[in-house]
Design a protein around this ligand. Structure first.
Ligand code: GLA
Length: 768
């Protein structure tokens, strides 16, 4: 809802409000963002404006009549040169070489239209739209601020710069969002990491210095995730949290700065380092759309808001809430060593287990014996697959499975026909030693001809046989950056080229389920999610690490956007051995896949996987789209009606002193009654080691043949939990679970919980 009250604007969602007004001097003063407020008159909102009678000490007075110093105001945007020394929203260099900007209010209007951007992806769906035009006082340049107000407690912003001058305008910075708070009582939360080590949550205390979260590697990157939060020292379920994200897949920057008067500013947008854009006469520069959300119900409250927003307003309509298949991926099962026989045996085993999609990962195309060659030549390798992809796809479909392939359309190896034909189509500096990543070059998507050509190649490939799924990988970041376009434009033009390619191909092949990937989560962002509904979250499939990685993604992204695979042990990234049950329980919260040579598994493991698949299929809607909550050492997913839920408990270490475990539910209806029960499990008796002798009439040597034989026939029965209670009890008090294992007295009423213990609990509305 938008209210225009004199010179003030009040934007409200169901539970939040955002207010601003035009200052007598023409700038836009930010008045408020937080819990919903009501106001019907301009005077009401003026209560929220800064009251200044004079600028402090050596602050710059904006003009001689007013008492404003821009440095000490909360502003909706800021430039450089008129006394505000904080991080600006825009920086421009005019043809007269001046670089002071002074944008003043000119015009505002509002409607119910969600306008798409022309060069970048953006959110979609029903919302209110406030359009504000500002004009630069001394040059014919417009700054357009668009605000989109989504009922579900999200407000988005875009910034546009329009050059009405005859000469070129140099845009040195065009950020998307600038938000000022009156105080500095916040923690700034960022998610940083690296390859196979994504999404470490970092809590930064604000101080007078700037805190910068940024990427300059050409991708949004695993080093610094676009999603950040400002929290007023909130907890999971209480306290005020502001969340910010950016619909952009390239270099980005989020800066939090505390001013000399202890005001906090956050600025988000394209990283202005290595950025400088030449805007010709009458051209428009569009900055990416920025997302803001606010909750007073803690981090889970904010996550719920962002989850809903991403599912409803970012993911393409045809894929939002569409259940995704359980897949088997060939990568960790066979790496580059793929051939028809091996693929079909794995596919057969997978289909017998109930798996629904076979994904042929890297290694299937011409000359791809290892990662030094082949990228760019998107034709099947006839030595490995003599009868071609079409034949393979038919065979797999005959088994009742869908068929998908891996591609890396943005890359080429020097050892490829593509590179030999088009050595000038890659990002590099001719005549200099090039630093490569994974032996490959990034192709130059800032060049339209290269984009058009790759669209044709991918179109030919995707139409060559029945392909239901595509994993779109991007395995290196940028170095030696140089192109035919201006230096400061390469990174941004690359991303625009990428988006054009993704847009064209997803529209051309709407039935294909596309999955993004960039060495795992090196480009996990809303830009990718506007085209591809899901992303491979990390190359790290170790369930212990993965728990943290997925847990962190869940702060800003719904679990339907991240794919997780159950892989083999010892884990290929960490050599850690974790139970199959934990690997499944972690992978199940999101989009489930398997990435292991199923043929090599034991009979018991195969049986367990079949059971996992049955459970997942039964609860798929919950696992993929349920409202997800982080609970103490675990997760819960609850359906919209709050009548079904699934919970997961994970304890990495068996601690004898912490044996009273209470499972506290979240998200249920306090007034409803529920049946709470667990996934009944059996365990391999070998896991008890020599303790078997406390029950066996004859001595069994650990690891001996007799030990192994007994384990085939005798299984440990896991504990059973079975209760009926109200939602209020389950949430406020919780279920006191059975006693955990501790040396003595093991029986079926004891929870078998060695290290890496995990369990699933089901909670269903009940009349009992
Ligand atoms: C990247 C991906 C992996 C796999 C390999 C194939 O590392 O993240 O999942 O597809 O490429 O080369």
């Amino acid at each position: 809802m938008i209210k225009v009250l004199g010179s003030a604007f009040l934007l409200s969602t169901n539970n939040t409000s955002y207010a601003m007004r035009v200052l007598p001097t023409g700038q836009l003063e930010h008045l408020y963002y937080g819990q919903r407020i009501e106001a019907d008159k301009e005077e009401d909102l003026l209560v929220l404006s800064e009251k200044h009678a004079f600028p402090l000490g050596n602050q710059i007075a904006y003009d001689e009549e007013s008492s404003y110093s821009l440095e000490n105001m909360r502003l909706e945007y800021s430039g450089y040169g008129k006394g505000d020394f904080r991080e600006p929203l825009v920086e421009l260099v005019f043809p007269d070489h001046t670089f002071t900007t002074d944008f003043l209010f000119d015009y505002a209007t509002y409607n119910k239209e969600k306008k798409p951007l022309h060069t970048l992806p953006s959110s979609h769906g029903e919302c209110d739209h406030l359009y504000i035009r500002l004009k630069e006082r001394n040059h014919d340049v417009d700054l357009i601020l668009d605000y989109y107000i989504y009922e579900e407690d999200v407000i988005t912003r875009t910034t546009k710069i329009i050059n009405h001058m005859k000469e070129d305008l140099i845009v040195e910075r065009a950020m998307s969002l600038c938000l000022d708070f009156e105080d500095d009582q916040f923690e700034f939360i960022t998610f940083n990491g690296g390859w196979a080590d994504e999404m470490h949550k970092h809590i930064h205390n604000l101080s007078s210095a700037k805190i910068v979260n940024a990427s300059c590697m050409g991708t949004s990157s695993s080093r610094a995730q676009n999603f950040v939060m400002l929290s007023r020292f909130a907890k999971e379920d209480e306290g005020e949290v502001y969340g910010f994200n950016l619909i952009y897949s390239g270099n980005h920057k989020e800066v939090v700065e505390v001013s000399s008067t202890h005001k906090t500013r956050i600025v988000t947008g394209i990283n202005n380092e290595q950025f400088s854009y030449c805007l010709k006469s009458e051209e428009v520069f569009e900055a990416p759309e920025a997302i803001m959300g606010y909750s007073y119900a803690g981090f889970n409250g904010l996550s719920n808001i962002f989850h809903r927003f991403v599912n409803e307003h970012i993911i393409k309509k045809e894929w939002a809430y569409k259940e995704r298949p359980i897949l088997i991926n060939s990568w960790e099962a066979m790496y580059f060593n793929v051939n028809e026989k091996r693929i079909l045996s794995l596919a057969k085993e997978a289909s017998e287990m109930g798996i629904e999609l076979f994904v042929l990962d890297d290694g299937w195309f011409k000359g791809r014996a290892d990662d030094t060659r082949g990228l760019g030549d998107w034709e099947v390798d006839r030595k490995k697959l003599p009868k071609g992809l079409d034949h393979l796809s038919r065979k797999i479909h005959k088994m009742g499975m869908k068929f998908g392939i891996w591609v890396e359309p943005e890359m080429t190896n020097e050892n490829s026909d593509y590179y030999r034909e088009h050595p000038d189509w890659v990002i590099k500096i001719d005549g200099q030693m090039q630093s490569l990543g994974r032996h490959q070059y990034v192709i130059d998507l800032s060049n339209d001809e290269v984009v058009d050509d790759m669209i044709s190649r991918m179109t030919a490939l995707f139409s060559s046989c029945q392909i239901d799924y595509v994993k779109w990988d991007m395995n290196r970041v940028m170095s030696d950056v140089f192109s035919t376009c201006r230096k400061g434009e390469v990174f941004h033009r690359y991303i625009c080229g990428l988006y054009r390619m993704m847009d064209t191909l997803t529209l051309r092949f709407p039935h294909i389920l596309f999955e993004g990937c960039a060495s795992g989560g090196n480009r996990f962002d809303l830009g990718i999610l506007c085209y591809f509904p899901q992303i491979w979250a990390s190359d790290n499939t170790d369930s212990w690490c993965r728990f943290d990685i997925q847990n962190s993604y869940s702060y800003g992204y719904p679990q339907s956007t991240f794919t997780n695979h159950v892989s083999g042990v010892p884990n290929h990234q960490t050599l850690r051995v974790t139970p199959l049950a934990l690997r499944f329980h972690v992978a199940a919260f999101g989009l489930l896949g398997y990435e292991v040579n199923l043929l090599d598994l034991s009979k018991k493991e195969k049986e367990d996987i079949k059971q996992q698949i049955i459970i997942y299929k039964k609860q798929r809607a919950l696992f993929q789209f349920g409202n997800m909550y982080r609970i103490d050492m675990g997760w819960m997913a609850v359906d919209e009606k709050r009548s079904h839920a699934v919970g997961m408990l994970f304890k990495p270490i068996n601690e004898l002193s912490k044996k009273t475990v209470v499972f506290k539910c979240k998200g249920l209806d306090p007034l409803k009654r529920y049946h709470f029960y667990n996934q009944k499990m059996t365990f391999d008796i070998k896991e008890m080691g020599s303790l078997i002798n406390t029950a066996s009439p004859i001595h069994i040597k650990q690891g001996s043949l007799s030990h192994r034989v007994i384990s085939k026939f005798v299984h440990l029965q896991g504990e059973e939990e079975n209760y009926y209670a109200s939602g209020s009890l389950l949430m406020n008090a919780g279920v006191f679970l059975k006693q955990g294992f501790s040396a003595t007295g093991f029986n079926e009423d004891v929870r078998f919980d060695p290290d890496f213990f995990s369990r699933l609990y089901f909670i269903e509305e009940s009349a009992l």
